[in-house]
Design a protein around this ligand. Structure first.
Ligand SMILES: [Zn+2]
Ligand SMILES: [Zn+2]
Length: 154
């Protein structure tokens, strides 16, 4: 029997006016190559870590929220009010969950994505790690959570 290790992770934005703490277990973490993530990050892909909202505390700073429409689904982007760094997303159809942009953690060495999503729109030079699953489009979230859970228990 293992004791479940609970660890606290702090995050912040580029200008450091936001500080948040995550005290829990991620439910999954993935890399997304969809064109929305490419636009929203201004880079080649997005990283998302799905967690329970109750495990995240905003310690300092002000967050501003934009509501976006992703194919008829309402998604809220939460950003630093001052520098605009994207911190996390929430979605109307997942009321207790949020997707942290895990590049905002102070320490990014403790997690590794479990899958690549939307590989059909990945930029042509991206090299994939063949040891983790690739999905051409959007898989079910339950599948991504199962993959995460299985790796943890492996
Ligand atoms: Zn900021
Ligand atoms: Zn995406």
């Amino acid at each position: 029997m293992h004791a479940k290790e609970k660890s606290m992770h702090s995050g912040n934005c580029e200008c450091k006016s936001i500080v948040y703490q995550f005290d829990g277990e991620p439910l999954t973490c993935y890399t997304c190559h969809c064109t929305d993530c490419q636009k929203s990050s201004g880079t080649a892909f997005g990283l998302a870590m799905v967690v329970n909202q109750k495990d995240v505390k905003l310690v300092k700073g002000k967050v501003s929220v934009n509501t976006l429409d992703y194919n008829g689904k309402k998604v809220q982007r939460h950003r630093c009010n001052h520098c605009g760094t994207s911190l996390w997303f929430t979605a109307d159809n997942f009321p207790n969950l949020m997707a942290i942009k895990p590049g905002t953690f102070e320490d990014t060495s403790w997690f590794k994505p479990i899958a690549h999503l939307w590989t059909r729109s990945a930029q042509s030079w991206v090299c994939f790690d063949d040891s983790i699953p690739k999905y051409e489009k959007q898989p079910e979230y339950s599948e991504l959570m199962e993959l995460w859970e299985n790796r943890k228990n492996a």
